[in-house]
Design a protein around this ligand. Structure first.
Ligand SMILES: [Zn+2]
Length: 109
């Protein structure tokens, strides 16, 4: 999984094309990410047990192939590369400017 929680992404396909957002959840099994404010669908909820009905907004996960990472350094939509540092830990790098893109939060296995 190349994307992590907290990454800025831009949508490259579909009705939200060109919109940016922040990854709030990753689904490695299905290669999808959920991004706050993107791929919204409205769900009608019936009133039930004293809870008010109405329309609630939900965010559907997007396929990873439909989004690109936005580099925090150069601001470009970029492909992710990897580089190993001297102590052998793996860094994600921006293929446009070679800046290291920090992982805010490791994905849980
Ligand atoms: Zn960059």
């Amino acid at each position: 999984m190349k994307l992590h929680i907290g990454d800025q992404i831009i949508v490259t396909v579909g009705k939200d094309k060109g919109r940016k957002g922040k990854v709030e959840k990753v689904f490695p099994e299905t290669d999808k990410v959920r991004v706050a404010g993107l791929n919204v669908y409205k769900k009608h909820v019936k009133s039930y047990m004293g809870q008010k009905g109405g329309i609630v907004e939900r965010f559907r996960p997007l396929p990873v192939s439909n989004v690109m990472l936005v580099c925090p350094e150069c601001g470009k939509a970029t492909r992710v590369g990897y580089r190993f540092d001297k102590i052998g830990s793996k860094d994600r790098i921006c293929k446009a400017c070679n800046a290291i893109i920090k992982i805010e939060k490791e994905n849980k296995k």
